[in-house]
Design a protein around this ligand. Structure first.
Ligand SMILES: Nc1ncnc2c1ncn2[C@@H]1O[C@H](COP(=O)(O)OP(=O)(O)OP(=O)(O)O)[C@@H](O)[C@H]1O
Ligand SMILES: [Mg+2]
Length: 388
């Protein structure tokens, strides 16, 4: 029987739960030409949400382009990705590669396009941009966007471009931020959706008044999915393959994952793997959590092991005692940690999006399962040393 849950990748259609108000808010803003920044902790569903928004925009005759900067580790790759996204938005609308290639030179002054047939994938066609070697990166970037903007002007259309993992551009070249800002603001027919999984870095780009993108877009925070909606979704997914789960237990799962959609699907996927009858019970859920933590161990261990000693100690204190407003001497003394070292570690952990300071000024670890995992390994370590 096919597992009805999916995690760790874009989801759509029946695998996508609700987000109705977010879809309509973002669609309305982008359709009206208002650019947005969407941030959230990891895997809250930003990319999947914008995928759903894009489908709605297309049916409103708005062109859509999508760029994922995640793997763009050079300026050239960034420029090529931007050019491809502009071209693809036009090709999708024209529904013809040939038509696009014939007319591209009317809109793009520098970049040239050809059609690429993938030899390894019969029938797969894409647009291959060639940057102008005589132009500066700034000129090529400008051409990639103003080419699309000219097309939109001529056809009285609008477009939205999703720039996913946008914070990556700073890593490649710090000058790109100002260049992007200058060029983006010249495009009167294109709205942009800036997304990123490095919440702190992305937010900083738009709220720090010394940065080029200061207040350049409407800032939106993507929250968890409401537990009611998520519980309904879980029930429906299990029911699809003839497995029943009580409303109460489905709700318990959603509370356990704090409305985090990726964890909800991940946990349910593990529950599905172990279930032996047609009904999910509490024991299945607990076993599912343990299996999920085991399968996440390499990734959690990677995060934990990369942390400097002080930061890992603060993580342990927070996992065992958090949320914490004031770190008392009793909490930090066992680690022989002074207040300056504590504050430095806390500030670094916040920059890494691992620790958050709530509205009530309490610090906590953002990821509830990383918290559980640290508790689990600290306990095992305790048992080990007490045996020794
Ligand atoms: N609306 C939703 N309904 C059901 N599951 C969802 C939804 N949104 C996200 N998910 C779950 O979360 C996973 C991650 O989604 P997605 O990649 O869109 O998140 P993201 O915020 O872009 O992640 P990242 O921080 O890695 O960029 C999906 O594979 C899916 O399991
Ligand atoms: Mg994403």
């Amino acid at each position: 029987m096919a597992n009805p849950f999916r995690f760790g990748q874009i989801v759509s259609g029946e695998l996508f739960c609700n987000r109705k108000s977010e879809i309509s808010q973002i669609t309305d803003n982008l359709a009206g030409g208002q650019s947005i920044v969407l941030y959230s902790p990891r895997r809250y569903g930003k990319t999947s949400l914008l995928y759903a928004v894009s489908n709605g925009l297309r049916s409103n005759k708005i062109l859509v382009g999508y760029v994922d900067f995640f793997a763009c580790n050079s300026t050239e790759k960034i420029l090529l990705a931007m050019s491809r996204a502009s071209a693809k938005a036009i090709v999708d609308e024209m529904k013809s590669f040939e038509k696009f290639i014939k007319s591209a030179a009317h809109f793009f002054n520098r970049i040239r396009f050809s059609i690429r047939f993938d030899p390894n994938d019969v029938g797969s066609i894409s647009v291959l941009p060639e940057l102008s070697s005589r132009a500066t990166p700034m000129d090529n970037l400008s051409d990639a966007l103003s080419g699309l903007n000219s097309y939109l002007n001529k056809n009285n259309k609008r477009a939205a471009i999703v720039l996913d993992e946008f914070q990556q551009i700073i890593k490649v070249d710090s000058n790109l931020e100002a260049e992007f800002r200058t060029i983006i603001q010249q495009q009167d027919r294109i709205a942009f959706a800036f997304l990123g999984s490095r919440m702190h870095l992305l937010k900083e780009m738009f709220i720090n008044k010394n940065r080029p993108f200061y207040r350049a877009a409407k800032i939106m925070e993507l929250g968890p999915i409401t537990t009611d909606e998520l519980a309904k979704f879980i029930k429906k997914r299990f029911a699809k393959i003839g497995i029943s789960i009580s409303g109460q237990l489905a709700l318990r799962i959603t509370e356990r994952v704090n409305g985090h959609p990726d964890y909800a699907q991940r946990l349910c996927s593990h529950i599905f793997d172990i279930i032996e009858s047609n009904t999910v019970d509490e024991e299945n859920v607990e076993k599912g959590v343990v299996n999920m933590l085991v399968s996440l161990t390499p990734s959690f261990r990677g995060i934990f092991e990369e942390l400097p000693l002080r930061e890992s100690q603060v993580m342990t204190i927070l996992a065992e005692h958090g949320p914490i407003g004031t770190f008392t001497t009793k909490l930090i003394q066992p680690y022989e940690m002074g207040t300056p070292a504590l504050h430095k570690a806390l500030s670094n952990l916040r920059l890494k999006d691992l620790v958050f300071k709530g509205k009530d000024k309490n610090y906590f670890i953002l990821d509830p399962f990383l918290t559980e995992w640290i508790r689990m390994v600290s306990k095992d370590e305790g048992q080990f040393s007490s045996c020794g």
